[in-house]
Design a binder for this molecule. Sequence first.
Ligand code: CDP
Ligand code: MG
Length: 691
Amino acid sequence: MAFWKPGSERPRILDDEEGGVLFYNAAPASSSGYGHASMEKQRQRLPVFKYRTAILYLVETHATTIVVGETGSGKTTQIPQYLKEAGWAEGGRVIGCTQPRRLAVQSVASRVAEEMGVKLGEEVGYTIRFEDVTTAGVTSIKFLTDGVLLREMMDDPLLMKYSVIMVDEAHERSLSTDILLGLLKKVQKRRPELRVVISSATIEAKTMADFFRGRKRRGSDNDVQGPNTEPAILSVEGRGFNVHVHYLEEPVSDYVRATVSTILSINERERMGDILVFLTGQDDIEAATQMLNDETHHNARKSSGLIILPLYSGLPRGDQDLIFSPTPRGKRKVVLSTNIAETSLTLEGIVYVVDSGFSKQRFYNPVTDIENLVVAPISKASARQRAGRAGRVRPGKCYRLYTEEYFLNEMATEGIPEMQRTNLVSCVIQLKALGIDNILGFDWPASPSPEAMIRALEILYSLGILDDDAKLTSPIGFQVAEIPLDPMVAKMIISSHELGCSEEIITIAAVLSIQSIWASVWGSQKQLDEAKLRFAAAEGDHVTFLNVYKGFLQSGKSSQWCQRNFVNYHAMKKVIEVRDQLKRVALRLGLSLKSCDRDLQVLRKAVTAGFFANACRLEPYSHNGMYKTVRTSQEVYIHPSSVLFRVNPKWIIYHALVSTDRQYARNVISIEPSWLTEIAPHFYNSKERAL
Ligand code: CDP
Ligand code: MG
């Protein structure tokens, strides 16, 4: 494969879509070196440094400041430090900086702590779900996910402890970012002294500014002393080099394979410099890693000097560090990443980018009530961001695994905000918990579809979380809102308390919060399947997880045990950690833990109480294991990774769907149909649906 057609040699400006070359501003001579300068020098070389005074002036005088700048210009690591240096953290106040991704939170927090020469968790700290590395009264720069900040607002709706909130990576338009922006706009009306900094890698600044502009104080603007309510926009001039973009002449069908051959051909033909590869998820990344490792055995020359490093969320901390450490002489790093490296992380030394053209995205269809994680084409804006990663240290090259015609004529200009392609159940409950009753009238940066909103209200009503007036029920609704998990999981936990199986259910909830507890076994699928059989339970995956957890505890949490049983040791340690946290949350809510021993029926009922909306029935004459969802008759198949694959019980409930060639149900448990009408009578009207 790989018939490369280089794009036009003529340099063009960034926004010009006809040419094949993206032209980035050439760097001033002084900024090209890196690596040996002192930390302070390095800081001063970053493009934002020139704008330090301007940024501080704008934040001082404006309620909202929007900073736009190329990835790597220093927005995330520098602006919070400038604010602290200018006194925004005095008097015990905190400068908060939100990120859509957990991994980015950890990584930037440790970088900033290092730059400031302090211990992480003291002056500089971070909080992500289930992990709080801050010290009250000491931490003055705090990195956190936007989701965590939303949770903090439940206890502190006006965010009193913060002087400035920097909403970073706003261009990603994650669901939580958009909710947060809507709420911050409200908070500023009540607390004009709160400063908001919105930072973004792309030029969506005008939309953001228009959104925040809609705020006018009652009466004359002059009667209250305070910052200008008109948002300020500052554009940080990037520092970067030309990136030459190459396209495929013909489309390819297998982008993972195409990725691998492109990496090998870069390694053979191009001068030294690291390669950053954009794939869609852990599965792709592992497949590509395996292919590259095989290549090392068969054709050592082609892959000589390659250091293969995967990068995705959920990667153990130790593995993350390798990615940020300098490449040894004579070696070439190949970082295989999800779109996390598109804008939220900066890697030094990247000269070549390989762009598969895809990413994993969540799509929700309110008509079928099905939410799917699908591999979907990226937008032009993302493609440009990805290419830009190649031009940080010297002129670079970007290999796009699609044709130029496709880029020009078929790729969407911008991505769709998550708000408009996701299920809104957790969004609604969060707003309700914050006392926002008129959700349809809420001021969103991008309006969600009314159908999705109505579906969310309907399901929350049948879960017993909202009452007839669409207010949170007491205690269930309030308890669910307190649990930092999907409302369906939270409802399952609360029901398990009444059913007497909360010990088991919180273990299950902890496992479900983790991508997979099985070891990754590209190429040794058969052994994994055999290992799974040792734990497999006829009831389904949830009970199987319990068996694995018990085995792990009995082994004394041994890593050898994990290895023998194809269980991922790091994942199990995470399960134990999350379980501890959930136990604490449950106890705080007054839910004492009870074990059902071997009474698996109550356990399955508790799962049903949370996930009844995901019930499916095996098609009566199906020979290929086809199910249909009870509510909307969508075709679903049990995922091959499930212990119920090929077992095909008549009635099942799934935890999530993934869609490839078909809709596959992952993490499945068998149920009795009578439970549906018993547990969710509003949702399943038995007469109508003849269960
Ligand atoms: O937020 P933005 O993309 O504008 O840049 P940043 O994340 O603040 O990164 C600025 C610089 O800090 C990068 O160019 C890297 O040199 C460095 N950095 C690093 O070395 N390690 C990190 N974990 C984060 C940033
Ligand atoms: Mg950043």
